[in-house]
Design a protein around this ligand. Structure first.
Ligand code: IMP
Ligand code: MG
Length: 175
């Protein structure tokens, strides 16, 4: 089946919003350092753009997780595929994600990271689909709330493709 991509959020809109979030974080963390934790692979494009717009000192780390179980829907039990290189102890940590959907992955992940003793722990997501939430997750910084549609671009994939699109689009299937 062929598919095409309908633009939902243009490159300009996304860039402008990331600039705003960068400024907000720079104000909120004035006088501190911020440690960004990127959840691979989806969060990587957003984290790089965001980090460039934060004016307080920034350090970065990456982790990769996958859901346990054969079900394609996230089970909420997360396996660490690649762990962080550095300790979170006493750091002001912001987890940077592409999208919060059911909230299962992130609620599990945040609980796990909180046990590592960060001075503070916040969540920043480019996209939020509130209609899909199954588990409550406290999101501190949100780029855009979007309707319940499957989106790609800016790190988000459909079957590992389209992550490189510089905008957010909806996958539509041609009949
Ligand atoms: P959840 O919040 O535990 O349901 O899992 C969220 C994860 O599902 C995200 O990190 C994405 O990898 C993936 N995901 C959810 N919605 C979309 C979408 O619209 N496009 C691409 N990936 C998505
Ligand atoms: Mg993700």
């Amino acid at each position: 089946m062929a598919e095409h991509i309908r633009v939902l959020l243009s490159e300009e809109e996304v860039d402008r919003r990331i600039q705003e979030i960068g400024e907000q974080i720079s104000r909120d963390y004035a006088g501190k350092k911020v440690h960004l934790v990127c959840v691979l692979k989806g969060g990587s494009f957003f984290m790089c753009e965001l980090a460039k717009r934060i004016t307080v000192p920034v350090s970065l780390d990456f982790m990769s997780v996958s859901s346990y179980g054969s079900d394609t829907k996230s089970s909420g039990v997360v396996k660490i595929v690649k762990d962080l290189d550095e300790s979170l102890k006493d750091k002001d940590v912001i987890v940077v994600e592409d999208i919060v959907d059911s909230g299962r992955t992130l609620s599990y992940l945040l609980e796990m990271l909180r046990d590592r003793g960060p001075a503070s722990l916040r969540l920043c997501t480019l996209l939020d689909k509130p209609d899909r939430r199954v588990i409550d997750v406290n999101v501190d910084y949100t780029g855009f709330q979007i309707p319940d549609e499957f989106v790609v671009g800016y790190g988000l994939d459909y079957d590992q493709m389209y992550r490189n699109l510089p905008y957010i689009g909806v996958v539509e299937f041609d009949n």
